[in-house]
Design a protein around this ligand. Structure first.
Ligand code: ADP
Length: 361
């Protein structure tokens, strides 16, 4: 690639963005942490629901299934998106097609190969607002894997399902899948209202309900998910200075306000479902391109570019306003502002000087 070329993916991005590989990498990383730093550290990776790949891990899955009688599971094709091919189940007979049959030869098995799926514990107690389930879409930009340099976007949104949550109707995708692609086909979907809340509104709602301390600690836990998941693939992804990646993270909250990582998307939807959504996505793209910086306007030492805050730069990044003299190490505040005000224009005006010879407009 020529020096000036930039590509919006790392070559093997699927290590994080395919459902089975993401879990494989997280499990391996958790084992590594346990070996190197002990159980407490490894427990910081306990943010993804128990997951098995089918058919390859069918027997392991059945053991777990039997250990937790009556629980609900969700089946998801490993490489599809927008809720396609997903279903919930509580009985083994519903997934007979993925049964690993030891009596068949390799050849016979190839003939009847089924698409790879993951079977995952269904989060049965999602946090509800007005009785409805939702998940969060958050944007992370990785501008380098070695060293790891990751940016968190201030804006994002919560995607609500249109039908009240209940565990009685596990076949109703309008209750259980929060994908916009699914919800907008619901009979009572109102395109004017849509099914999204901007993340600032969600943060305000949660703060009013639970207090700022609880919400701060929830968002800290969400930051931990971003950093650990990226670290889990840091040594696997083929780094290249020409590449960058804008990830769309899907996070689900349960009733105990524990955040769960559902999946990471390599090409998050940039389709807008409302004017507000359109404007947010334009801001997001513009700021992504500011960080990619084809024009060479940045110094490389910036901690903030528009709506993006640098959250990891080969180590945690702290806010400037923290007085290092008076605070102990554990008091450092992370440089993340998910769901906070995005006053990007003012910041960009200060940051991006006009090109030489360019008139100020
Ligand atoms: P897709 O790539 O098809 O969007 P996801 O893994 O994002 O697949 O799942 C689609 C939706 O299903 C999620 O947005 C979420 O609402 C719901 N979902 C997925 N996994 C779980 C789970 N383990 N527990 C509860 N809900 C889930």
């Amino acid at each position: 690639m020529e020096e000036h070329v930039r590509i919006c993916h790392f070559r093997n991005h699927y290590e994080l963005t395919r459902k089975n590989l993401m879990v494989k990498n997280l499990k391996r990383y958790r084992k590594f942490l346990e070996r190197e730093s002990g159980r407490l550290e490894a427990a910081k990776c306990d943010f993804f629901p128990r997951t098995f790949e089918l058919p390859s891990e069918y027997h392991l899955f059945v053991e777990e299934f039997k250990r937790t009688p009556g629980s609900t599971w969700i089946m998801k094709p490993v490489a599809r998106s927008q809720g396609k091919g997903i279903f919930l189940f509580r009985k083994l007979k519903d997934i007979m097609d993925w049964k690993k049959d030891g009596t068949r030869s390799e050849e016979q098995r190839d003939e009847t190969q089924v698409e790879s799926y993951v079977a995952q514990r269904y989060i049965e107690n999602p946090y509800l607002i007005s009785g409805r389930k939702f998940d969060l879409r958050v944007y992370i930009l990785v501008s380098s894997y070695i060293p790891l340099k990751a940016w968190l976007y201030r804006d994002g949104f919560a995607r609500f399902s249109s039908t009240r949550f209940s565990l009685n109707s596990i076949d109703d995708q309008y209750v259980h899948l929060t994908n916009v692609a699914v919800q907008k086909t619901a009979p009572d979907y109102d395109p004017e209202k849509g099914c999204k809340w901007e993340i600032q509104k969600l943060r305000r709602y949660l703060t009013a309900k639970h207090g700022s301390e609880t919400v701060e600690s929830l968002f800290k836990e969400i930051d931990n998910i971003f950093v650990r998941s990226l670290q889990s693939v840091q040594k696997v992804i083929i780094n290249d200075k020409h590449c960058f990646e804008l990830y769309g993270y899907d996070i689900l909250l349960d009733q105990d306000l524990k955040p769960w990582l559902i999946e990471v998307n390599a090409s998050p939807s940039l389709t807008a479902s409302s004017q507000e959504d359109y404007e947010m996505k334009c801001r997001l793209l513009e700021d992504t391109l500011h960080i990619v910086d084809m024009e060479g306007r940045l110094t490389g030492r910036e901690k903030r570019v528009g709506g993006f805050d640098l959250m990891w730069n080969d180590g945690p990044v702290y806010r400037d306003d923290v007085n290092l003299e008076t605070l102990g190490l554990s008091c450092f505040s992370a440089n993340t502002h998910l769901g906070c005000i995005n006053d990007r224009e003012k910041q960009l005006r200060q940051l991006l000087k006009p090109f030489p010879g360019q008139k100020k407009t």
